[in-house]
Design a protein. Structure first.
Length: 276
């Protein structure tokens, strides 16, 4: 057991610890059963400890008014600690885009420091840092790099991504805008209560790269009429082809069939919920 007041947070810890409903459930669990899985810490030069994995458990202990918590002390380098910290949090049920963005960036830098970065593409069986990070978290190296692009967004825009006001794909394109251009965009978003679509974000990026982006042009884009402010979902027919009867051929018939399947699934789930 280690005194909680002797455990400091991991430097630049990218995952937010919220006092939300999930945390209150954890607090109640801690009060009844204690900490089932010990946290992982490493000892600092001044004799105190640095949390590597277990920030939410530590907060739950604080809210439960406990003075100490069970921990496993590991000898870890900075890079080893960073990788362990990210891996222990990235598989959580809900991870915000901003959390994933900074976590991936930290882990990729740590892997690069360890000498695992080779070239800009796969070399034999060795992968570049982004591919390695992606393999271990279930995402492609390309997607990892796109998440890391979000770290180039100013806080106001990144917050909009976290709450779903700006979709992921447009956010990646917007991240290429200069910081002053991003601030101009934020003002226009607030003024016109509109966010850029994917096509508009790409257009703004091109203007920025050409050095011709201005407040007037951003305002013009934000005032364009759009069917809605959310990205449209697209369905790849190939993924569902084996489930669709052969006598269904036209796009309209396919759409009706899929809608019926979703509707039936929804009704079954609703009936189960009502019968509980």
């Amino acid at each position: 057991m280690i005194p909680i007041n002797q455990i400091t947070s991991f430097p630049n810890h990218p995952f937010k610890v919220r006092d939300d409903e999930k945390m209150m459930e954890t607090v109640e669990s801690v009060k009844k059963r204690g900490i089932i899985f010990p946290a992982i810490v490493r000892k600092k030069k001044d004799g105190t400890y640095e949390m590597v994995a277990g920030h939410r458990r530590r907060r739950a202990c604080q809210l439960a008014q406990l003075s100490e918590m069970p921990c496993i002390v590991r000898e870890l380098t900075d890079d080893e600690a960073t990788i362990l910290m990210v891996d222990s949090n990235i598989q959580r049920e809900k991870v915000l885009p901003s959390e994933k963005a900074f976590a991936y960036k930290m882990k990729m830098e740590a892997i690069s420091h360890q000498g695992k970065k080779e070239t800009s593409r796969q070399v034999g069986e060795k992968l570049i840092s982004a591919d390695l990070v992606g393999n271990e978290s279930g995402e492609s190296g390309r997607q990892v790099q796109r998440y890391i692009r979000l770290t180039e967004l100013i806080k106001e825009l990144l917050d909009m991504v976290d709450i779903g006001k700006i979709s992921f794909n447009p956010a990646v394109e917007i991240s290429y805008l200069k910081k002053e251009e991003q601030y101009m965009l934020v003002n226009c978003i607030k003024m016109y209560d509109a966010t850029p679509s994917q096509a508009q974000a790409i257009y703004l990026k091109k203007l920025s790269q050409a050095g011709t982006l201005s407040v007037d042009k951003i305002e013009a884009v934000m005032q364009e009429e759009k069917p809605n402010q959310k990205e449209k979902y697209s369905i790849h027919y190939e993924r569902f082809e084996k489930y669709i009867p052969r006598d269904i051929a036209t796009p309209k018939e396919v759409e009706d069939f899929l809608f019926k399947c979703v509707e039936e699934h929804y009704n079954r789930q609703r009936q189960r919920a009502m019968s509980r």
